[in-house]
Design a protein around this ligand. Structure first.
Ligand code: SF4
Length: 254
């Protein structure tokens, strides 16, 4: 999460979200369809394009019916055009994603983890690292951790190099006994003609130490009760905690 204040409002204060974004609904539905496909492949089943569409439809219907906060559709991202986009995305995954697993062994899908976070000197943080790895595969004698993404624009080299999620997931997989895994983002573009791009993002001990240091600093800030609202520019506009954020500072001059 990019904004520490948003993290506090959500995790510590239990603030209610004002809305859900169209990209969240689309991303979750796409993600579930692809995860179901990998689970089926792992069980040795053949995955048909129609099935991917059905999995997407089921996830989409569940998200729409979900009695959580309302979805904030916009003129650009309507329920109709996002639904159509999602179907095009799973169709593209069927064409471009499925062949990537033809010669791969799918070792794990939606792998939960809670592991101690340790640096190369053996220091351990108080709080464990928790999350879900989208998939672990073996291809060409190498273990690779995968993360599925949907994106409107391609990732820059710096974003790939510094991405902490890649470090966290590769670290967790290594801790769980998957050797020295590589890491790949499988990025589906949210375009008229969606395209799947495989972005390798290998991680080393230096990246794991960087992850440790950032997590350690975050732990210290949490202990000190410091939650700086420092989001990237675009983030406040769509933030579901905007109301709670304004209230967090209201009437507090010091
Ligand atoms: S509105 Fe902006 S500063 Fe406030 S919690 Fe959300 S992202 Fe952070």
């Amino acid at each position: 999460m990019s904004c520490a204040l948003q993290w506090k409002l959500q995790r510590l204060d239990g603030a209610k979200r004002s809305h859900r974004s169209p990209s969240l609904i689309l991303g979750r539905s796409y993600h579930e369809a692809v995860a179901n496909a990998l689970i089926a492949l792992r069980q040795g089943k053949v995955v048909e394009t129609d099935e991917l569409a059905e999995w997407f439809e089921a996830a989409w219907a569940r998200e729409i019916k979900n009695d959580g906060p309302p979805i904030r559709w916009t003129a650009k991202a309507t329920a109709e055009n996002q639904h159509e986009l999602g179907l095009r995305m799973v169709d593209a995954w069927s064409d471009q994603g499925l062949p990537l697993f033809a010669d791969a062994e799918i070792v794990a899908v939606e792998l939960p983890f809670t592991v101690p976070l340790m640096n190369s000197h053996g220091e351990v943080l108080e709080h464990p690292l928790t999350g879900y790895v989208d998939a672990v595969i073996r291809r060409g004698g190498k273990t690779i951790v995968l993360d599925h993404k949907t994106a409107s624009q391609s990732y820059s080299e710096t974003e790939i190099e510094l991405n902490l999620q890649a470090a966290a997931y590769a670290y967790a997989a290594r801790y769980l006994g998957y050797g020295e895994p590589g890491f790949e983002f499988h990025v589906m573009s949210k375009a008229k003609k969606p395209k799947l791009t495989v972005v390798p993002a290998p991680r080393t001990d230096d990246d794991f130490d960087r992850l440790f240091m950032i997590a350690r600093d975050a732990e210290r800030l949490i202990e000190a009760g410091i939650f700086l609202p420092k989001p990237p520019d675009w983030m406040c506009a769509g933030c579901a905690y905007g109301r709670a954020c304004r209230k967090a500072y209201a009437g507090k001059a010091a």
